[in-house]
Design a protein around this ligand. Structure first.
Ligand code: ADP
Ligand code: MG
Length: 348
């Protein structure tokens, strides 16, 4: 048996997802002039010409990202495409193609996989993309879906996480926190059902939050709105992990601070109702819920007039100097340091 001097072992959980990605990719030196932007944004940017290609991949694993006891396969197929094209929209681009790779255990029948693909094709219609390839494999356990989305954008229209400047306005599309409340409700009803299979899940009156969890939309319409209003966002990201986490990404890449106003956060009434029922602070839900797939972006103050009457976009804050840090201003005008998970008292 061999002996090693260094028997150290670092747990991946000590680094976290973002720490791990940084660690594995920090020494990359791009060799090709066509590799315009590599790791670090919602999509890679490729090409030497005026029209760039955008590429983004996301993987969904059964038991980690979805639970087939409450998401129908057709919805899962739709969602898998939506979350991928969302990253292309987050670059201010237009998705054009996807590839779909699946790992299937013998638990799945042809009919089941057809359902999954019915959702995938529905999303292809909706977002105007062509399915152009993929890979198929058996899996020991559970279902794996990995999708790569390819898109296009003019070089001068591409929006990175890094362009925000002091005094820019922070905007978010739609509303936030609903998908997380939908998930909590589905989990609760699953527990009820498992302890008593005669009980049918009671989702009555919660259609909006359940829909936001099971059938999220990517915001094609927001990209179209920005183009129509001739607004070039200074930075942009899509909300997959939660507004707070995405704000940290924008601030880090753009070297700015931000003030976010609690009272401005757009929250649907079902989200508020469910948060009350579950006795969770609704602001924490809105900031940290995740899976909203809304677009979070910054614009120049001069562009405010162009969107101030739009019901699709809400201004929730503004950029400050980096040294000022990242804060949330509460309804009673208290200032807290924003944390990626929740927020902590600072002053006032
Ligand atoms: P998003 O939430 O927008 O999909 P991620 O947080 O998953 O973005 O990824 C952040 C960045 O890290 C992206 O540019 C992505 O391409 C890159 N990335 C993620 N995982 C890996 C990996 N295993 N190897 C190389 N790059 C990765
Ligand atoms: Mg993203």
């Amino acid at each position: 048996m061999e002996m090693f001097e260094n028997t150290g072992r670092t747990e991946i959980s000590d680094l976290g997802e973002f720490g791990l990605i940084d660690h594995l990719t920090k020494n990359i030196e791009l060799k090709n002039s066509s590799s315009s932007k590599g790791v670090g944004d919602d999509a890679a940017v490729i090409g030497d010409g005026d029209v760039k290609t955008l590429v983004s991949t996301d993987m969904l694993l059964e038991g980690v990202h979805f639970d087939l006891s409450y998401i129908p396969l057709k919805h899962l197929g739709y969602k898998a495409v939506a979350v991928n094209v969302s990253d292309i929209y987050a670059m201010n681009g237009t998705p054009k193609q996807i590839t779909v790779s699946i790992g299937l255990s013998n638990r799945f029948s042809l009919e089941a996989v057809e359902e999954l693909y019915a959702g995938i094709y529905l999303a292809c219609e909706k977002f105007g993309v062509d399915l152009v390839g993929g890979d198929t494999s058996s899996s020991r356990q559970g279902l794996v879906i990995s999708i790569t989305a390819v898109g296009e954008a003019k070089a001068d229209k591409i929006t990175y996480r890094s362009g925000a400047q002091e005094n820019d306005l922070l905007c978010v599309s739609g509303d936030v926190g609903a998908a997380y409340m939908g998930l909590q409700l589905l989990e609760r009803e699953k527990q009820v059902y498992m302890s008593n299979p005669d009980m049918q899940p009671d989702l009555e009156g919660w259609d909006y939050i359940v829909g936001r969890q099971l059938k999220p939309e990517a915001r094609k319409d927001i990209i179209e709105l920005l183009a129509e209003k001739d607004i070039q966002p200074t930075s942009m990201i899509d909300v997959s992990d939660g507004v707070a986490s995405e704000i940290f990404h924008l601030c880090k890449h753009s070297n700015v601070g931000m003030n976010v106003f609690e009272e401005k956060l757009p929250i649907d009434h079902q989200t508020i109702q469910m948060a009350e029922e579950l006795k969770i602070d609704v602001t924490t839900v809105a900031l940290n819920g995740g899976e909203d797939y809304e677009l979070l972006f910054t614009i120049k103050q001069a562009d405010f007039e162009k969107i101030k009457d739009s019901r699709m976009v809400t201004v929730i804050g503004h950029c400050t100097a980096k040294e000022e840090g990242i804060h949330i201003i509460t309804r009673n005008n208290n200032k807290f340091t924003l944390r990626a998970q929740g927020w902590q008292h600072l002053e006032g």
